[in-house]
Write a protein that binds this ligand. Structure first.
Ligand code: ATP
Ligand code: MG
Length: 510
């Protein structure tokens, strides 16, 4: 019939069909009560959908919001919700906003009955967020519809293998990663009685929310060295199968060493921020004994960094195995004695403050903690030691397999200074940079001190004043170094003279 009509007639016919549909819709919305319309709509939708499905070349997979009745939210649904909200909801017209757990940030997701497309290896798929409501049979405190939500994935049946074997795994992995990045991270520290509880269980760790702004971009360090560290930790965090293949626990040790104020603690923070890990700051002197040390390790969660700062003066571990080696070294290293006294004073002060209970943690307990049988409990963990004196540490403590990567954080180089100049003053070049470069080559100044000298002292930012302030500080440090060298020369000369006088006296006596 259609073939015989001329375009005008066809247009007229088409127009009258549309007018009839609009008229029927108006009658329907006018006279059918609202609460019936929902159920009629869902019946209509369900039956049309069934008919469409029979003839359609497309497959569908549904992911219900709840599994096992109404009580347990499906993990797959939550992960897909996270994936869609981060990856593709921006393409959708209808969005809804939810708070994430910490109640601080809003997350946008797909509004109900919204459709959005995604692409995977060149294949297009469609995601629908569906809400169906049915009169609830159960007695509920909140009479009304028993709303059920689900996501529906639609794809062409010729891509069934790719979607079911790769795409679904891909979005679940991505969704989990996004969730970890979004979760509120924690900073744990050990307490020596299980008074605190976490997740409803008593634990030896107490925690606070961890929000530290430092990133690898703000860390003052040579670019190549920084990139090598980033590659190493990112490779580690993606190496679950690799560690399984080589039969090793999925953990990696880092020893950060260098003078005070060179960024060891900052490095720990930027590593945790990059990987989205929690930090367990382990104060060894507060650990009663090896058993408690093992318990602390067992209670740490995966995707975390276990930190022992200043390992050289945490416990008297170094004296337990290499006393002979230490004595030899101290003999010909006078300032070793002063350091020794300094550490002893530090420890005595802590004991007086009652901080240092007599801890019975032994070196072997610690060695096993890091790379023994116990170290295999839990996975995806970094263990980081920091120290100002690497030479004091027992070789067994820092061998490969325990401390796999040794990273020296040292005095500020010119390249590191430029990172700080950008962080503090938003400048990438300046006439004073050449002078500062030369001074940094002649003088040792830690990034902490460089940063402090760059910090604007006035309300408004005066870049020249800040850089001039740093130049003055570097020149003063250079003078102090020269004075110190002259002083040491004088000491040596004086000691030499005394030695000669002694020999002369001996000669006279003979
Ligand atoms: N390389 C760096 N990049 C950026 N900031 C740094 C760097 N090194 C030190 N700082 C700054 O100096 C301060 C001290 O740094 P940090 O605590 O990391 O030093 P540290 O090496 O851990 O010192 P210590 O050995 O005394 O514990 C921090 O506020 C940090 O912002
Ligand atoms: Mg530190």
């Amino acid at each position: 019939m259609l073939m015989m009509m001329n375009p005008n007639e066809m247009f007229m016919q088409f127009g009258s069909v549309i007018a009839t549909i609009i008229f029927m819709k108006a009658i329907y919305e006018q006279y059918i009560p609202h609460q019936w319309r929902d159920s009629i709509n869902s019946y209509l939708y369900r039956y049309t959908e069934r008919i469409v499905k029979i003839f359609s070349p497309y497959n569908h997979i549904s992911f219900d919001e709840y599994e096992g009745g109404k009580f347990k939210r499906s993990e797959a649904y939550t992960t897909i919700e996270t994936y869609l909200s981060e990856r593709i909801s921006m393409k959708a017209r209808g969005l809804k906003a939810n708070f994430v757990k910490d109640g601080k940030s809003l997350v946008l997701g797909l509004a109900d009955n919204e459709e959005v497309t995604d692409e995977f290896q060149g294949v297009k798929v469609w995601w629908n967020s569906r809400k169906t409501s049915s009169r609830s049979q159960t007695i509920s405190f909140y009479p009304g519809n028993d709303e059920k939500r689900h996501y529906q994935l639609t794809f062409h049946s010729r891509h069934k293998k790719l979607i079911t074997e790769s795409y679904l795994t891909h979005i679940l992995d991505q969704g989990k990663e996004i969730a970890i990045r979004r979760r509120q991270r924690k900073l744990f520290t050990n307490v020596n009685d299980s008074s605190s509880s976490y997740g409803g269980k008593s634990t030896l760790w107490s925690h606070i929310e961890f929000n530290h702004p430092a990133t690898f971009d703000t860390l003052a360090m040579e670019k190549s060295k920084k990139q090598a560290i980033i590659n190493d930790i990112v490779r580690f965090s993606n190496a679950k199968d690799y560690y399984k293949k080589i039969g090793k626990p999925w953990k990696r040790g880092y020893l950060l060493y260098g003078p005070p104020g060179t960024g060891k603690s900052t490095m720990i923070v930027v590593m945790a921020n990059l990987l989205g890990y929690d930090i367990y700051d382990l104060e060894l002197t507060a650990v009663k004994d090896n058993t408690q040390l093992r318990r602390l390790l067992i209670e740490t969660s995966s995707k975390s960094i276990i930190v022992i700062e200043d390992i050289d003066c945490s416990l008297d571990l170094t004296g337990q195995r290499s006393s002979q080696m230490k004595e030899d070294k101290d003999k010909d290293n006078e300032d070793g004695k002063q350091e020794e006294e300094k550490d002893l004073v530090k420890k005595k002060m802590k004991e007086q403050l009652g901080e240092v209970k007599k801890s019975e943690v032994t070196l072997s307990g610690l060695l096993n903690f890091i790379d023994g049988i116990w170290s295999a409990c839990g996975e995806e963990r970094l263990i980081i030691f920091t120290t100002n004196y690497i030479e004091k540490l027992d070789p067994a403590l820092i061998r490969k397999g325990r401390m796999d990567v040794h990273i020296e954080l040292s005095y500020c180089s010119y390249e590191a200074f430029k990172v700080l100049a950008w962080n503090y003053l938003d400048v990438e070049s300046h006439p004073l940079f050449e002078r500062i470069k030369r001074l940094l080559e002649e003088t040792k100044m830690t990034p902490a001190d460089v940063g402090e000298n760059l910090m604007p002292k006035l309300l408004e930012l005066d870049v020249d004043a800040c850089l001039e302030n740093l130049v003055r500080a570097l020149e003063k440090a250079r003078e102090d170094d020269q004075l110190k060298v002259e002083q040491e020369e004088k000491e040596k000369l004086k000691a030499k003279v005394e030695e000669l006088e002694e020999d002369e006296n001996k000669l006279i006596l003979i």
